[in-house]
Design a protein around this ligand. Structure first.
Ligand SMILES: Nc1ncnc2c1ncn2[C@@H]1O[C@H](COP(=O)(O)OP(=O)(O)OP(=O)(O)O)[C@@H](O)[C@H]1O
Length: 347
């Protein structure tokens, strides 16, 4: 049965004490710490302006949030705050930081291929669950993968459903003609359903690649800036597994990445195929080959913001609807304006 969010209308301050510690700031709102009054338990509170887009985000995230690798939403309040209608989303507090920050901060023991496979199993199982519910996340990137706590047993979870989309489960219908052609496409041969899902699989491929070597595909790791050639290389599907960091990585891992990073989304594996791939099904038996990842992430940490930005741009270009349902109002949408500007696309 679908989990449907019930918006509480009583003031959140009756039930929670809202702390001053900011856990993170995103484009859509900020996330602060809060405590439940009746037992003192700590939670993370995301505050969003109550607009239809925010409601969709919260509804889809809530529906999916029972999965062990998806950040759990406990309750949602609709309250007026400073005369503004807001949604207050009470989530589990993720205190273990972002995926790659942790790998970068490792000191003694090397990060291994088996650990990479374990992480990919977690991420792919969350994607498979979402796709099974006919939800595409469409913003799977390193900043949205957080650990529950700083311990070695921490669990990795996916969050931020700000771009997620419900895909209708009727028959596949042809994609409307977009007003601009995104990367990778032969859009006319794709249903939007398949297209939206395939961008989550692409993200999984990028994350797997970075986990195994410490830098993203589509640029060589010689201290060179990623742009401007990266976009061209993404479009052409140009990347390789060259360099000492790839020598000991298994063929199975490379095969999985190739399947996720197929340039044409129609050829890209579905998440169910990925879940059946031997590198994922046998994630606990993968060789414990030590990887260069931690060292490379440390060496390249100054370039990490660029890696994030490029991934964000690539994902934005894959979210077809936001690009082709453009109207004059979009001029007021600063996020879209920024994204369109940064990816060099104008109408
Ligand atoms: N449950 C949580 N526990 C702890 N910190 C969190 C939690 N959720 C989010 N954060 C922090 O807040 C930041 C912003 O959250 P989130 O990504 O959900 O917001 P957003 O406005 O949709 O962001 P974005 O700009 O990435 O689209 C995250 O990058 C993370 O650092």
């Amino acid at each position: 049965m679908n989990m449907v969010v019930k918006f509480k209308t009583n003031p959140i301050k009756e039930d929670y004490i809202i702390g001053s510690q900011v856990l993170g700031v995103g484009i859509n709102g900020k996330v602060v710490e809060c405590r439940r009054i009746n037992d003192g338990e700590k939670f993370a509170l995301k505050v969003l302006r109550d607009v239809p887009k925010a409601r969709r985000e919260v509804e889809l995230h809530y529906e999916a949030s029972r999965h062990p690798h998806i950040v759990r939403i406990f309750e949602v309040y609709e309250n007026t705050y400073n005369n503004v209608e807001c949604l207050f989303v009470v989530m589990e507090c993720m205190e273990g930081g972002e995926l790659f920050t942790r790998i970068q901060e490792r000191s003694n023991d090397a990060f291994t291929e088996r650990e990479a496979a374990n992480i990919m199993y977690s991420i792919c199982s969350a994607i498979a669950y979402l796709h099974g519910l006919n939800i595409a996340h469409r913003d799977i990137k390193p900043e949205n993968l957080l650990y529950t706590d700083p311990s070695n047993h921490a669990i990795l979870k996916l969050t931020d459903f700000g771009f997620s989309k419900r895909l209708d489960d009727g028959t596949e219908k042809p994609l409307e003609t977009p007003c601009y052609t995104p990367y990778y496409v032969a859009p006319e041969v794709l249903s939007s359903k398949k297209y939206d899902k395939s961008c989550d699989v692409w993200s999984a491929g990028i994350i797997a690649y970075i986990l195994l070597c410490g830098y993203p595909p589509f640029y060589s790791h010689h201290g060179l800036p990623i742009s401007p050639g990266m976009k061209k290389r993404i479009r052409a599907g140009q990347y390789n597994f060259v360099g000492p960091e790839w020598d000991r990585v298994s063929e199975a891992a490379k095969d999985l990445i190739r399947k996720c990073l197929k340039t044409d989304p129609a050829e890209r594996s579905s998440i169910n195929d990925i879940m059946c791939h031997k590198w994922i099904t046998h994630y606990n038996k993968i060789p414990e080959t030590p990887l260069e990842t931690t060292k490379v992430l440390q060496e390249q940490r100054l370039q990490w913001p660029e890696v994030q930005e490029e991934m964000e741009k690539a994902l934005a270009s894959m979210r077809v609807d936001e690009v082709h349902i453009k109207s004059l109002n979009d001029a007021k949408n600063t996020l879209l304006a920024k994204r369109m500007k940064s990816s060099g696309h104008t109408k």
